[in-house]
Design a protein around this ligand. Structure first.
Ligand code: FAD
Length: 507
């Protein structure tokens, strides 16, 4: 069926994406892959406006996105001057002078019906367990700067459990995806959207009109225009739910610097006086930024702190950014789906924004209005998106709230603030007997909650009573074995720098 015939049947065949940042080009590439030749995809972006220019750390699900596009991993890392990420190191979060790692993937090897960490808790309380790091291949590899992908040919080895994501240059990633999308028929239109035409009867968007006068009409519009939310907010006035009272950081200053320290296979987040600083190591440079609360520190002070804490010379001028943590009241409104920063933003503490782009694209694909717009589909899309945002929000709040820091007004504020009931329940449950339950399809699984809760100095009063099915001797022997095997596996892994030099170094 050609496009005209499909349109005559009320089918949606013309997609217009507004915005060409990471969100716009990820959407364009994915839709180009999954839609049929009867669909046209056009992407409008303005070089003059540019992109947000940050967003370089990811979580392991990004691999599924790249695999769905059939991207070759080594080629992708080379093209984006990327590196590998096994987790995040949090420095000074629970207490000044302490650090912990939130490693991706498993902790230990589950025994019977219970997760490994429950046995570890019992032994810890008896003073007979080693540090949690020693029981996670990801975390131990981070501590030794080692990396290799999972060995799927060794199903019984911890080497099969290595879970990883990437750090990459966001500008190069967008360019890489642009080449991919254009090769599959996506048409890019350069220009600034000056006005938007809406249907009188229902407010659906008919077309965007560029400053040049060009009119770009479509049936489905994907708003990837960044914080401004050109269609979802400026045009449709959808509304925004502000979470600043729980996540008070509302600004960032970002800067890139020369690499002087080691190419760590993890992102570092160092808590500062009124927020935190990121370090994202790439092959050719290091990305840094201070995410802060403007109610607690000035932009000048934050910039000075950031520049004082770089490992090498800054190679660009520091760049200020402003945001309001929260989400749109609807992610899909009429014939507009907001993806990326246009849909909401929850600060980059656990590198979840690019993942939210990816999952919104997956959802759009699942609910694509091939046969026209159906409110039941739209409502379901919005309900899924709401839950996803809310659960991630709770996980981020946990990092701030579960702290012993009382050295600045910022930390006193977040430590003593009220938190959402859904998070309070999770914290109380953990504090009693260390139980953690993942809510339905929530993004972060039990090992993530465990590492952050424990890393932030939350200490359960007990442990799961079924642990006592095994004798202490048996548990000690089991744990020693797990620890020994993980330690040996990490020793055979190459360093992160060696692995990149061997397989995917940028020219
Ligand atoms: P943008 O990059 O802002 O792109 C918007 C696009 O819309 C641009 O192409 C622009 O030209 C176009 N546009 C806007 N208005 C018009 C107009 N009138 N006409 C035509 N075109 C227009 N995410 C992570 O996953 N990991 C991280 O480590 C991470 N770190 C971050 C740090 C900070 C401080 C911030 C603020 C965000 C971070 N993010 C991170 C989020 C990440 O940067 C974004 O999710 C990602 O870059 C997607 O942005 P976007 O494409 O939605 O918006």
């Amino acid at each position: 069926m050609n496009a005209a015939a499909a349109e005559a049947l009320g089918r949606v065949t013309e997609v217009v994406i507004v915005g060409g940042g990471t969100a716009g080009w990820m959407t364009a590439a994915a839709l180009a892959k999954v839609l049929t030749p009867a669909h046209t995809i056009r992407l409008v972006e303005s070089d003059e406006i540019g992109t947000v220019g940050v967003g370089e750390a990811t979580i392991p699900m990004i691999k599924l996105f790249n695999q769905a596009l059939d991207l070759d991993e080594n080629d992708f890392i080379r093209e984006t001057k990327g590196s590998f990420k096994l987790g995040i190191e949090f420095v000074n979060w629970g207490r000044l002078g302490e650090s912990y790692i939130h490693g991706f993937g498993k902790i230990g090897q589950d025994l019977g019906l219970l997760p490994f960490y429950q046995y570890w808790l019992k032994m810890l309380q008896a003073g007979k367990a080693g540090p949690l790091d020693d029981y996670s291949i990801n975390t131990l590899a981070c501590r030794h700067d080692r990396f290799m992908p999972a060995r799927t040919d060794r199903p019984n080895s911890p080497l099969a459990d290595i879970a990883y994501a990437y750090h990459f240059d966001a500008g190069l990633y967008a360019r890489y995806l642009r080449r991919y999308a254009e090769a599959r028929g996506v048409r890019r239109i350069e220009g600034k959207v000056a006005s938007v035409e809406q249907r009188a009867e229902d407010g659906f968007i008919d077309a965007v009109v560029l400053e040049s006068g060009e009119r770009v009409a479509g049936q489905l519009f994907v708003d990837c225009s960044g914080f401004r939310g050109l269609l979802i907010e400026q045009t449709l006035k959808t509304g925004y739910i502000d979470w600043t009272h729980w996540l008070p950081c509302d600004r960032a200053v970002a800067v890139q610097c020369e690499s002087k320290a080691s190419l760590t296979p993890y992102t570092r987040s160092t808590a500062r006086e009124a927020g935190w600083q990121w370090r994202i190591p790439l092959q050719h440079r290091v990305g840094n930024g201070y995410v802060f609360s403007s109610a607690h520190i000035s932009e000048d002070e934050a910039t000075a702190t950031l520049l004082r804490n770089l490992e090498g010379q800054a190679i660009v001028d520091p760049r200020p950014l402003r945001f309001v943590t929260g989400k749109r009241k609807k992610f899909w409104n009429r014939n507009v789906v907001a993806i990326g920063l246009a849909s909401g933003f929850m600060e980059p503490l656990e590198s979840t924004s690019i993942h939210l782009i990816q999952s919104a694209i997956a959802r759009l694909t699942a609910f694509f209005p091939h046969a026209g717009f159906d409110q039941a589909d739209i409502d379901e899309f919005n309900a899924h998106s709401d839950v996803e945002f809310d659960r991630i929000r709770d996980f981020l709040i946990l990092h701030y709230h579960a702290t012993e820091r009382d050295d600045t007004p910022f930390w006193n504020h977040v430590r003593t603030m009220d938190v959402p009931e859904s998070l309070r329940r999770k914290m109380d449950l953990f504090l009693s007997n260390g139980r953690i339950f993942r809510d339905g399809s929530e993004l972060f699984a039990e090992p993530s909650w465990m590492q952050v809760m424990f890393g932030q100095r939350m200490r359960p009063r007990g442990y799961h009573p079924l642990v006592d099915v095994y004798t202490e001797e048996k548990i000690a022997e089991y744990m020693a074995n797990v620890r020994g095997v993980i330690g040996k596996c990490v020793q055979v892994m190459p360093t992160h720098a060696e692995y990149i030099a061997r397989t995917c170094a940028a020219p």
